[in-house]
Design a protein around this ligand. Structure first.
Ligand SMILES: [Zn+2]
Ligand SMILES: [Zn+2]
Length: 258
């Protein structure tokens, strides 16, 4: 199955605290540049017929309002950390207007966490108006939502297996600091790679800026955008001008076609 043309929207590009971080007076958190304002990391992937969001961050409601999203086919989850799942309750609005359960795709570890963290949505006797969720357990096999084929890629977030996703020529990887060689092969040939680059210093569960650059160069992906950015990385404008050709920092609201 060939991939239809896709539109990618960066709903958020910040690490778990967001930027500005509560109570922080650093030069990044107090920057006047709109590109230094980062909600928690998530993207929307759309074809003409299908619209998918990856992860429902604590900022999901505002992200949907900002992008004026009126309909959503599915939510894909990368992993169960709170900055990637906390906004799930707000799919209720789509349940209401679409008159159906939201289709949710995640690995079994994430599904178990969703059932725990949002237990009220799976209770036998549900309070009226709780989110309606249809959980689909996925493994590493490619699967299809609407007219979009999706290939999961297993990456490592310290010891946690996390899903990256490839859609046609576009690959999205958040929250990783290691990828095994077999899984790297799935990324090769992508025209655009989004990958996490937390800060300049090494971190136990995220790629640093240098490690992310090395990955892009190793896989020879012509265009890359870094996401899941911490205030510790520095100001967008200053980091951006020092990056190798074809590599950019993403920012909230950035749109790509692929
Ligand atoms: Zn995260
Ligand atoms: Zn700060």
């Amino acid at each position: 199955m060939g991939s239809p043309p896709l539109k990618i929207t960066f709903l958020g590009t910040g690490t778990s605290t967001g930027i500005p971080m509560i109570a922080c007076d650093c030069i990044v958190c107090t920057s006047a540049d709109a590109k230094d304002k980062r909600l928690r990391s998530s993207i929307m992937v759309e074809s003409e017929k299908t619209r998918i969001v990856i992860d429902t961050t604590p900022d999901f409601r505002y992200q949907m309002l900002r992008e004026n999203v009126k309909y959503l086919d599915a939510v894909l989850f990368t992993h169960p950390h709170k900055d990637h799942i906390a906004g799930l309750d707000d799919v209720r609005a789509f349940n209401f207007f679409q008159q159906q359960a939201m289709q949710v795709y995640a690995n079994q570890m994430t599904i178990d966490a969703l059932m725990r963290e949002f237990a009220y949505a799976f209770a036998d006797k549900k309070y009226p108006g709780v989110p309606s969720l249809d959980l689909n357990s996925i493994v590493l096999d490619p699967f299809i939502i609407g007219d979009i084929e999706i290939t999961p890629i297993q990456v490592w977030h310290m010891k946690m297996p996390v899903f990256g996703f490839r859609f046609g020529d576009f690959t999205y990887i958040t929250d990783a600091n290691r990828i095994e060689n077999d899984e790297k092969e799935k990324i090769r040939g992508s025209k655009v790679l989004v990958v996490n680059a937390l800060r300049k210093e090494k971190h136990i569960s995220h790629y640093s800026l240098e490690e992310a650059i090395d990955l892009v160069l190793e896989l020879k992906v012509p265009k890359a955008y870094f996401t899941h950015i911490s205030h510790q990385l520095g100001k967008h404008a200053e980091i951006e001008k020092r990056l190798p050709e074809g590599i950019h920092l993403s920012y909230d609201g950035l749109k790509l076609t692929c």
